[in-house]
Write a protein that binds this ligand. Structure first.
Ligand code: NAP
Length: 291
């Protein structure tokens, strides 16, 4: 299988509905991302109460030729209680073949495209039938509607289960200096073992890197600030460099609407932390030195 080619920094569209932008502003943001080599965009059916894919698709329709220069990632499997989906009675997960196929059709329509580059199951469900998911994925691939498949927020065991039925290319996970779990729970070891680079969500802890008042966050912030000053780059650049240093080859997803913030992320591709600098951030987050 041709490996999935995502850009080393991906632009996240989760918050796009909150930006209250015109179509033209959304298009400009997409163009500016592309100009910076950020060619992959992360979506989910549910973002913005099921509205973001459509907001993006409307903007893309102004310049449809841009589709061939970008990769679109989307997700399915979470059912929100929403005026957009009156048939949902409780927030739940649905990994049935029917739901996956319907969700992809709706994503393609909203995004105004004929294929997704990557489809992810958004959250693991205790009721997931791996064979049924594999059947849905096989059909979507055969129809050319989705090129590659992955998961998000899966434990290594959950990833192994589905990967035993259908080859997965990524696990999209939370990782930041304020969320170290994947470094130690086997998630990143598995990604490295399988050579399946993980996509990383909330690399800046949803902005809490800059705003949280806990002792831990203050320690992390002052360490990041010291490193940023000595390297002559922004604090967020140090965070991205810290994530990018991991040997599993993580792909951070930015969440900002500001192009300067995207620039700060891209800048990290040229910044190489030493192992000791990396452990300074780890130590600040843990509150103790390595054993
Ligand atoms: N798979 C999943 O379960 C899952 C879950 C959550 C997110 N995601 C994906 O991951 C993407 C990124 O997540 P995220 O939005 O939480 O990422 P993030 O980069 O950790 O947080 C972005 C937020 O931090 C704010 N921020 C404050 N100061 C900033 C600075 N100096 N630089 C950059 N941002 C700053 C941004 O506001 P401004 O816009 O004002 O800069 C924005 O609201 C989402 O768009 C989505 O695609 C996936």
């Amino acid at each position: 299988m041709k490996p999935v080619q995502l850009s080393p920094i991906v632009a996240g569209a989760w918050r796009m509905a909150d930006w209250n932008w015109t179509k033209e502003q959304r298009l400009r943001w997409i163009e500016q991302c592309l100009e910076r080599g950020v060619t992959s965009f992360d979506h989910a059916d549910i973002y913005g109460n099921y509205s973001v894919e459509q907001l993006f698709g409307e903007a893309l329709a102004l310049r449809p030729e841009l589709r061939s220069q970008m990769q679109l990632v989307s997700k399915c499997g979470i059912k929100l209680i929403s005026d957009q989906r009156p048939e949902h009675h409780i927030k739940s997960y649905d990994h049935s073949k029917k739901h996956i196929l319907n969700s992809v059709d709706q994503s393609l329509k909203a995004l105004q495209t004929d294929h997704l580059d990557v489809l992810l199951l958004h959250r693991p469900s205790p009721l997931m039938h791996a064979d049924e998911v594999a059947e849905a994925f096989s059909l979507l691939k055969a129809e050319g509607k989705v090129l590659h498949f992955g998961v998000s927020n899966f434990t290594p065991a959950q990833f192994d289960l589905l990967n035993s039925r259908f080859e997965l290319v990524t696990n999209q996970i939370e990782l930041s200096p304020l969320h170290l779990d994947p470094l130690h729970d086997g998630t990143l070891d598995q990604a490295q073992q399988l050579k399946a680079p993980p996509m990383v969500w909330s690399p800046l802890a949803q902005g809490r890197i800059f705003t949280e008042h806990s002792e831990r966050a203050k320690r992390v912030r002052s360490t990041l600030e010291k490193l940023a000053q000595s390297l002559g780059v922004a604090v967020s650049t140090v965070v991205y460099a810290w994530i990018l240093k991991h040997p599993a080859r993580p792909i951070p997803i930015t969440g900002s609407h500001r192009i300067e913030a995207i620039d700060e992320a891209v800048k990290a591709l040229e910044v190489h932390l030493t192992d000791e600098q990396w452990f300074e951030v780890w130590q600040a987050s843990q509150g103790h030195e390595v054993p």
